[in-house]
Design a protein around this ligand. Structure first.
Ligand code: 9MR
Ligand code: ZN
Length: 560
């Protein structure tokens, strides 16, 4: 076994047990747990109360005036947390403003807001997190009067020694840091860019009206697409001359918690892999199509690069993992089936090529058009399935389309049912594992696809309930997104913010979340298994928030 694999196994097996033994939920946590970001006026509204009581009221924090009162229902035992929980339903309250829930003898909930535009700022903040992740350039924003910044980093990326055996340098600056570490991994870049481009396709008209405060603001290209372009342009540099795509670009070992611009260890390309090549094809083909109206020159570059790597992929039909034995950094070594399906779907949607359609449909048939209930970088096929399903191109196999459509609806119904009766309305279709906060948010892609086929309020509500869980309706009674909601993480596993002096955590980053049990999360920097941040999880959060985001009155750019 390689050192890299052994290290990863060790991270998996030893650390969770050692870190979490005896961890208990703090008695200081608020027993009234709800989406502390807030609610849309017309959506159902519930809070969970982890204390015995019979009635509740909703009050205005400013003067304590009661605006709604009701009876708690329950208790019922929540299967996955084992808690006895009561529910407060205040759906009829539609008036805008900040509110709190008061339960006599228990206390008051965090302040939350009911407002049409309640998701505008969280969306922009989560999207702006990608800007703060940018590698290869100096970044700076002012947030609540505090400057969040880093210098131009990793400007010497990178060495080919570990990919080709030759001591040679090839320029591969740019892109986003992957997570709490500063490395760059194509597979994870793929699912991240794919999820973000899906958000743009589904919600772009609306997103264009929400400023992000990026340096590219004011250019003809929408800011959202400028941010994603930073990653796409780096991806182009990961393509080898033959069309294969290097698996990652990384230091040999995870580096220390220092400023990115002071990390001067040599960084290396890893050898190519079929999964990174397929991810590359999928996102660059999609980008070629999506960027064309806004930036034809970039779009053409993306389309050409995708076609070249697709040809390589077709000529190498077997799984080809990258040899990462020289590294102990993240592996992202996964089966390439899902990525190949996605690549074929995007190539067809972008070009209409018959061979790509056939490739895509053969792969869809092979999996009986099944759609995954939960997914991440290891199984991105849903992105291809959604592209195939909603493409306006002719020529598709009607039986396959019908079958895919019904599978999307069935899967969405399963997700909805999975949340029913759960004490925090968290769908039981998502377990508790590394990064599963991201998987919970990412179900919004499937729910939205089902909603687009046959609108049901339950689909939107399931996505809102997942956001509710992430923003505080959970066993910790806390937000899992830095800088947003009630008692958000203060010590995420994040080298950029942790080494930035006393800025505190940078806002808009979703942490991986509890596992192996719902309670096993600690707000500690060392706990990378539950409290790290990562681009793939944030892309899922951005997607879910983008669905419900409306432009806010306060222009975010004024804070920058
Ligand atoms: O998100 C990844 C998770 O699914 C894996 O179980 C884990 C261990 O291999 O790695 C996670 O990804 C990390 C990556 O390897 C390196 N950058 C930080 C990522 C988030 O923790
Ligand atoms: Zn960097």
């Amino acid at each position: 076994m390689s050192l890299g694999r052994a290290m990863n196994l060790l991270r998996h097996l030893v650390l969770p047990a050692a870190l979490f033994m005896g961890h208990a939920v703090s008695a200081l946590d608020n027993p009234i747990r709800l989406n502390s970001v807030g609610f849309l006026p017309d959506q159902p509204k519930q809070a969970t109360v982890a204390a015995a009581a019979t009635t509740f009221s909703v009050i205005r924090p400013a003067d304590g005036k009661v605006v709604f009162s009701g009876r708690l229902t329950g208790p019922s035992t929540n299967a996955d947390t084992g808690e006895s929980l009561f529910m407060a339903d205040f759906s009829p309250l539609k008036q805008s403003g900040p509110f709190q829930i008061e339960v006599a003898g228990v206390g008051r909930s965090p302040v939350f807001v009911i407002e049409e535009a309640v998701y505008g700022t969280p969306y922009a903040t989560a999207m702006r997190a990608f800007y703060l992740w940018r590698c290869g350039m100096a970044v700076a924003v002012t947030n609540n009067g505090i400057i969040l910044a880093h210098g131009a980093c990793h400007t010497n990326d990178a060495w080919l020694d570990l990919a080709t055996g030759n001591h040679a340098h090839q320029v591969s600056t740019g892109g986003w840091h992957d997570a709490g570490d500063y490395n760059k991994y194509v597979v994870n870049a793929g699912v991240t860019v794919g999820t973000l481009l899906r958000a743009w396709e589904d919600f772009g008209d609306k997103l264009e009206k929400i400023p992000l405060g990026l340096p590219e603001a004011g250019q003809p290209r929408p800011e959202f697409l400028s941010e994603v372009k930073w990653e796409l342009d780096w991806l182009l540099t990961m393509q080898a001359a033959d069309g294969s795509v290097y698996h990652k670009l990384s230091t040999e070992k995870f580096g220390p918690f220092i400023r990115p611009e002071t990390e001067l260890q040599p960084r290396y390309f890893a050898p190519w892999s079929s999964e990174s090549t397929a991810n590359f094809v999928a996102v660059l083909a999609a980008a070629g199509r999506i960027y064309h109206p806004f930036d034809a020159a970039s779009a053409d570059r993306y389309a050409q690069a995708a076609a070249k790597s697709y040809a390589f992929l077709c000529a190498h039909p077997g799984r080809h993992p990258a040899d990462q034995s020289a590294f102990s950094t993240g592996t992202y070594s996964v089966n390439d089936n899902g990525a190949r399906l996605w690549a074929a779907a995007e190539m067809w949607a972008a070009t209409g090529r018959e061979d790509c359609l056939q490739d895509c449909e053969t792969r869809l048939q092979a999996r009986n058009a099944r759609v995954p209930l939960t997914w991440d970088y290891g199984n991105p096929e849903l992105l291809g399935e959604v592209t195939y399903l909603f493409s306006q191109r002719s020529g598709r196999d009607n039986t396959l389309v019908t079958s895919l459509r019904s599978q999307v609806m069935q899967a969405a119904d399963t997700i909805v049912r999975g949340a029913q009766g759960h004490g925090y309305a968290r769908s039981r279709t998502v377990g508790y594992g590394w990064g599963f906060n991201g998987q919970l948010a990412r179900q919004a892609v499937l729910l939205h696809a089902a909603h687009a086929l046959a609108p049901r309020p339950e689909y939107a509500q399931a996505a809102l309930d997942s956001l509710g869980y992430l923003f505080g309706r959970n066993i910790h009674g806390r937000s899992y997104v830095t800088g947003l909601g009630f008692k958000p993480p203060l010590h995420p596993h994040d080298r950029s913010s942790a080494s930035a002096g006393n800025t505190g955590p940078w806002p808009g980053f979703l942490v991986g979340g509890p596992h192996p049990t719902p309670a096993d999360w600690q707000d500690e920097q060392a706990d990378f298994t539950t409290n790290e941040i990562a681009i793939n999880w944030n892309s899922a959060l951005v997607y879910a928030l983008a669905w419900f985001a409306q432009p806010v009155k306060k222009d975010l750019t004024t804070a920058l």
